[in-house]
Design a protein around this ligand. Sequence first.
Ligand SMILES: [Fe+2]
Length: 252
Amino acid sequence: MGLFGQLFSKKKKNESLLDLSVLGCDMHSHFIPAIDDGSKSLEETMTMLQSLADLGIERFVTTPHVMGDFYQNSPETILPGLEKIQEAIKKEGKPWKIRAAAEYYMDHEFLTKLDAGPLLTIHQNKVLVEFSYVNRPNNMKDMLFALKINGYSPILAHPERYPYLYTSMREYEDLLDFEVDFQLNLGSISGMYSQGAQKIALELMKREWVTYVGTDMHNMKNYPFYEALLNIPEFVSLVESGKLKNADLFKD
Ligand SMILES: [Fe+2]
């Protein structure tokens, strides 16, 4: 069966569902209960995990926000929450595997966190970072450079969601030249955020500048946008390109 066939497998309970098992893992989500704007309870987390398992995803690296202001998370808040999820998965006899890292917001406190280290990584030295949606960080390149000289490799979360980068695709090329990997949000492809985000997501996919995809799932309202990927040929082409590296992030 070719990749196209795998994507549209009919072996799942609901025959209309897309099969995303080919991705290998979801590497961006907000499943740790009540520590950021994602899941509010363990029950909600289990519902979200089941919804993604129904689409064929059974391995997860969950990534709570770590910010200087709103969500002051650290391994001390993240790891106990992860343990509770792992216990619930075991209790329910599910085959799912989950680890935790973080989505680091590049704000005024980021360099302090970097100095205090170590950061929670997605896999090996790979760190998921995000920028402000509103204001272009003045010291964007300095912060990325600081990450690199400390031995980390940055993955930029949802590059399609920063309107100040939309003026030219050269903005994205500059980041790629700086060895930043791009992680596209699956919901952006099917229009969950804005037309601008969708347009840039499709352009980044067309140029094959996307290394990873993630759900960035916060709640069940996000779910219909993942099912909608079934109708997006550009998404199928991206998966068929063989350039997505999600599977490399979750090797046993
Ligand atoms: Fe996120």
